[in-house]
Write a protein that binds this ligand. Sequence first.
Ligand code: FAD
Length: 460
Amino acid sequence: MPPAVALFTRDLRVHDNPVLHAAHDDARPGGPVVPLFVLDDAILASDFTCPNRAHFLAESLRDLDAALRSRGAALVVRRGDWVDQVANVAAAAGAATVHVAGDVSGFATRREGRLADRLRDDGRRLVVHADALFVVPPGALTPHARDHMAVFTPYFRRWVALPRREQAPTPRSLSLPGGVDAATVPDGAALCPGPTSPDRLLGGETAARERLTGWLADGLAGYDDQHDALGADGTSRLSPYLHFGCLSPLEVVSRAGKQAGVGPAAFVRQMAWRDFHAQVLAARPDAVRRDYRSRGDRWRADGDEFAAWQHGRTGYPIVDAGMRQLAREGWMHNRARLITAHFLAKTLYLDWRLGAQHFADLLIDGDTANNTMNWQWVAGTGTDSRFNRTYNVVLQARRHDPAGSYVRRYVPELAGLDDAYVHEPWLLPEDARATLDYPERIIDQDLARDRLRSARGLHR
Ligand code: FAD
């Protein structure tokens, strides 16, 4: 049998990887396989690439290379035009088939289409595995006469009941065909120079599997209770590993679902949001820039307010803590993402696209579908049926960070304040306030709520 190419993209793992498994199967067990990753110049040159994700990617590729080497092969790494590079490697190896995971963004599907055409012209075949990146791939659940489901709850009901594929076995041994050099994985700085977040997670399947095992043993049972508690940090932090496919979402859901109780059930439900957003974006690729449902917003423009939000200097401690966590860790707690995104889009009434770009510049899990569709959900232009809902961020802070430990961790200027003031330092007596190196509130959130309501035509 001719060799097959396993073309890695966002599936940087050897466990439960349908792409690697199919390539290995094609080449017959023991036959040569080309595990290939192409650093796509179009992505590296785009505003989607950032130092945090570039470093995480490089670490994940190195870890994948080590896993492949321990099985007798190695990761073949190329850089340039994605389609040209894949076609060249497939030709050099004499491969008949290239296997790849199906992805959802407009960029990914166009790129995949170009590759399919090119390989066909060359007399080869592209096999797209729609189920490599998702538990339930886009298109698997569609309502009558529609291309996607727009409401999460009915989607989840069907998602959880759908039969799942078997997990793909991990090849025990692999071999590279002759005539294909592996090349070394560049480091993150070579892919995208610039500072990274000091406390970011380490990439790679090894770190991912350790975290998953620890999470299943120690965190999962308490998830229902703890997932909104900002200070407790009671979520899995698996999102970067899921984004880069260092973990199979199917394996995560299957292992979590083996445990009984409300914690595992709540976690599995949360995992379904990934697939929900993916199927929305797959059907509406323009939602990456355009409102999924326009509310006729005429967003304000204010560079100073935007900069204060970016740098965690809004004067609202819970907002500033979230933004500083993002800068420090390249990750932010979901509840803080909701609060900070709400603050930008609904309190400051600045365009959600600005906020989404800032998140994408820093988040290790920064993901076109999940970032965009969550931002739109919060801004009220997405799939949230209560699209004009507003949060009082101080009440959010008191509810989800009652002891102020989250704020104290990320806003050290406020660490010494009593609980009564940590979320509302503006209530401090004037002399104490004057000694704090912390900004005044840049906006009154009650006035801001009225502004939003009138902009959205709710005060007639
Ligand atoms: P857990 O609570 O442990 O959940 C487990 C997994 O479920 C997560 O790893 C994630 O894969 C999935 N998940 C949980 N909540 C969501 C959700 N609302 N939407 C989609 N998937 C979810 N998530 C990203 O993966 N990438 C993003 O770029 C991203 N941007 C976001 C932007 C905004 C404005 C908001 C409000 C949310 C965003 N999220 C994004 C969703 C969510 O905040 C993160 O997935 C979650 O905080 C990751 O932490 P965790 O792994 O500890 O999550």
